[in-house]
Ligand binder design. Structure first.
Ligand code: SAH
Length: 343
């Protein structure tokens, strides 16, 4: 038995052909899966009885069970989903003025070991399959369906390192983007990485207009290596060399995530270094307020320091936003809900 959401259109066409069936049925099936969003084969009314029976033999739907759902005052909703083997993953639905956005997880736990992050508290148990990533988006779309709303944006910024599960993530995104799939435009899809250089180079060759976000969090190697062990493997020189190549081949703007941590990376010195590091790049900096995690000793930068940091970048013509905290009355930090649930 295979998870039906692990199959992209091409896989499904091949499956049909291998079984002596017509390839065009794949598009019909996709329509049921992603447009009508049914969760049984019996609901697929224009599919023959025989084909339904065959599909039932070979595939299951694997719908995610909602173990916990938290709704914040600002509309943010956090879901803790149970996978078919019992593993738990988190996804977040956010409401922006430009529409609804889902933040998806790519792995169960994470091995990147960023010292400020709750996801790393529990080492990676396994990668998510393509279908398990798609199912997070689909489950959130089903919640939005209750009010006839449409999911318009996807960010791969939940638990896990998407580039440590590259193939499954890319396949899931192709289903999410597919005109017969969830139909979310590539420019509305972002992948966030801690900076796995060979995969950034691979991503640059993808024939898609996805956005790339890089979790930077520090403007020099000494500090970045302390916060993010990945920096020891791929220091800033290598990271920026890959990013420059990416930017020149894709002509796309890069997003940099920068968490403001009190007395760690929030002074004028780091703001100056950051501005220099980004000079000449078509970059956009997202300054993120830190969601405090009880297991470590990092704190959110003061509003005063955050503003000074923001102003300094702004004055130097760096495109920058100081992100509002979303869902801070719920367990909205990466991995927080899952970690708290397993305690
Ligand atoms: N591994 C990928 C994607 C998952 S983390 C990456 O590193 O980009 C998604 C983002 O949330 C990253 O920028 C991460 O550094 C940030 N993050 C982690 N813990 C956080 C916390 N407690 N508060 C705010 N942001 C956090």
């Amino acid at each position: 038995m295979n998870l039906i959401y692990d199959y992209d259109l091409n896989d499904l066409q091949n499956y049909l052909l291998d079984n002596g069936l017509k390839a065009f049925r794949a598009k019909q099936i996709f329509k049921w899966l992603y447009e009508k969003r049914v969760s049984t084969f019996d609901e697929m009314s224009d599919i023959s009885k025989d084909l339904k029976a065959k599909l039932k033999e070979d595939f299951y739907f694997g719908n995610l069970e909602v173990v916990k759902r938290q709704i914040s005052k600002d509309g943010t909703q956090k879901f803790l989903f149970k996978l078919s083997d019992g593993c738990l993953v988190e996804s977040v639905l956010m409401v922006f003025d430009y529409g609804f956005s889902a933040c998806l997880s790519s792995q169960v736990g994470c091995n990147m070991g960023c010292t400020f992050c709750a996801s790393g508290l529990l080492k990676k148990q396994r990668d998510l399959s393509c279908g398990e990533i798609v199912l997070q988006a689909l489950s959130i779309q089903r919640v939005l369906d209750e009010n006839d709303n449409r999911l318009g944006n996807i960010v791969l910024m939940g638990t896990g390192e998407p580039f440590d599960n590259y193939d499954n993530v890319m396949k899931a995104l192709s289903i999410i983007n597919d005109p017969f799939g969830l139909q979310i435009g590539a420019r509305h899809i972002s992948v966030s990485t801690c900076g796995i250089v060979p995969m950034i180079r691979k991503f640059a060759l993808e024939d898609k207009q996805y956005n790339l976000a890089v979790s930077l969090h520090a403007p020099n190697n000494e500090l970045r290596s302390k916060l993010m062990p990945i920096n020891k493997a791929y220091p800033l020189e290598e990271l920026f060399s890959a990013l420059k190549d990416y930017a020149s081949s894709n002509n796309r703007r890069l997003t940099f995530e920068y968490l403001l941590l009190k007395d760690i990376n929030d002074s004028k010195k780091e703001a100056d270094e950051l501005k220099n590091l980004l000079s000449g790049l078509n970059a956009y900096v997202n300054l993120i307020p830190y969601n405090e995690v009880s297991e470590n000793d990092y704190h959110t930068a003061s509003a005063e320091n955050a503003l000074r940091f923001y102003d300094l970048l702004k004055k130097n013509n760096v495109a920058v936003t100081l992100r509002q905290k979303k869902g801070d009355d719920i367990d909205a930090a990466c991995g927080q809900l899952r970690a708290n649930n397993l305690k």
